[in-house]
Design a protein around this ligand. Structure first.
Ligand code: DUC
Ligand code: ZN
Ligand code: ZN
Ligand code: ZN
Length: 464
């Protein structure tokens, strides 16, 4: 006998529209959507006044990431608790090849970190940092294992950066495998030069992190990656687009018929470069790459999101504690890059998107769940429909919730939105039919979340 739960009286939000409907969950799947009678023995939950959304997917996270000599501070236990509290039921994290190892050992290493620890489902992208011949040969083992997307860094010279020759070879192999190639698009050589000059001139404060990574270095790398995708015929996905200049390069490529798609992240829609001017370690909280931009980018970015040029919004969640961030208090180049945001995307996009009149609830669902599932081969996720995984979020738009360390599940000792209050909040998060998060509490044991193998050949083409 499978456990049944009826979510009664809510308003379902799908990528295509909104409608009043009950949602019946049986076992791990959605069994029915509509005017549904509770089967005998079912648990009935009154969700009137709430929106019922497909669980959000975070396609860009860095849990337990070894980076800049440190390890990001959320592991798969704490990071997926925070995810569930923020309405996220699936994340796709980056496994990273570490020299001199091959892709298989990186995948094993990341599988080992996640297995038995996660509270929601997860997949992996494979970041290639050393694209030699053996690496290229190993790419098929990844797609066979359900890792159907690769990531290349065009920045972080000396640690992660891939040069254009290797990038071209990777794009060709990914094309042949039907896999998507993701790029962190910033010109690493120019950044390296500007950082050296700034430090030489004694410009060591957090703000100089942003000033040494100007918009053109992102726009240039974006354009270069799009040209290499055009030349190779590969499908490209540009991660964390921060500014209108880079988004314009993506739109131009799409208009030439090149298979280039892209995301932005929550913080680029709501934070600005001025956050880096906060005093002391607080300024360091906002150091991420590419950097936060001038506020003049916000409305153009929202418009690109609305029009689907930027087809999805993820987080690039990459948390570091005050102690870790403090390493760079007197030299911005030593601050580990990344912001803790995995828990905040839905609440922020609801207020700054939906309440502010910039996005419809359906567009929010599409950009944070449905389109990500389609683009990245997560066939069971991204929609509330019979047969899909019962990854369901009940969001109460009339239940305010404070941001801050007192409500955060993230393993960081500050919150970038401390002191602010969201107008609505997640009431329940179900992962494959199991209630993971219930009004401030995590109910599952680590290990409820499972690895999801993703399919290839879904990344091709520009978003409809
Ligand atoms: N940018 C960040 O801010 N953190 C992790 C890696 C990256 O590209
Ligand atoms: Zn990146
Ligand atoms: Zn702060
Ligand atoms: Zn990232």
């Amino acid at each position: 006998e499978e456990r049944a739960t009826l979510l009664q009286g809510g308003r379902v939000v799908s990528a295509d529209g909104e409608y009043d409907a009950d949602v019946l969950v049986v076992g791990e799947r959605i069994a029915a959507v509509g005017d549904v009678q509770a089967p005998p023995g079912a648990t009935v939950i009154d969700v009137s006044g709430c929106r019922v959304l497909p669980g959000l997917i975070d396609n860009h996270t860095h849990l337990s990431m070894p980076f800049m000599g440190m390890m990001s501070s959320d592991d798969y236990d704490t990071g997926t608790r925070a995810a569930a509290a923020g309405g996220v039921t699936c994340l796709v994290d980056f496994a990273i090849q570490r020299e001199p190892d091959q892709l298989r050992s990186a995948l094993e290493e990341w599988q080992g970190r996640a297995e038995g620890a996660a509270h929601v489902d997860y997949g992996f992208h494979m970041a290639i940092t050393n694209a030699n011949e053996a690496t290229i040969d190993d790419m098929q083992a990844m797609t066979d294992a359900g890792v159907s997307s690769f990531k290349l860094f065009m920045a972080y010279k000396g640690e992660l950066m891939t040069r254009d020759d290797a990038m071209t070879a990777c794009l060709e192999r990914a094309r042949d495998l039907g896999a998507l190639t993701m790029v962190h698009a910033e010109n690493g050589d120019v950044i390296d030069l500007l950082v050296k000059r700034a430090l030489h001139a004694g410009q060591t404060d957090a703000i100089h992190h942003a000033l040494t990574r100007p918009e053109f270095v992102e726009a240039e790398a974006t354009s270069r990656a799009a040209r290499l995708a055009e030349y190779t015929g590969a499908s490209l996905f540009v991660v964390h687009v921060t500014c209108a200049a880079a988004a314009a390069e993506i739109e131009a490529a799409q208009q030439r018929g090149i298979a280039v798609s892209a995301e932005t992240c929550t913080q680029y829609l709501v934070n600005t470069i001025d956050d880096l001017r906060r005093p002391g370690v607080e300024g360091c909280h906002y150091i991420c790459s590419p950097p936060l931009r001038d506020a003049s980018n916000h409305e153009p970015l929202w418009d690109y999101v609305r029009r689907g040029v930027l087809e999805s919004v993820s987080t690039d969640h990459c948390p570091f504690t005050n102690e870790q961030k403090s390493r760079g208090l007197h030299d911005f180049s030593l601050v580990p890059n990344g912001m803790p945001v995995i828990q905040h995307r839905l609440a922020k996009l609801w207020d700054e998107g939906v309440v502010a009149g910039r996005l419809t609830p359906s567009q929010l669902v599409d950009r944070t769940s449905t389109t990500i599932a389609r683009r990245f081969g997560l066939a069971g996720k991204g929609a509330i429909a019979p047969g899909k995984d019962a990854d369901v979020v009940v969001f109460d738009p009339a239940a305010p919730r404070d941001y801050g360390t007192h409500t955060s599940f993230m393993n960081v000792d500050y919150d970038v939105y401390e002191g602010e209050t969201a107008s609505g909040s997640v009431r329940h998060t179900f992962s494959r039919g199991t209630l993971v998060y219930d009004r401030g509490q995590i109910l599952t044991e680590p290990g409820h979340g499972r690895f999801v193998a993703r399919s290839t050949a879904v990344g091709a083409g520009v978003a409809a």
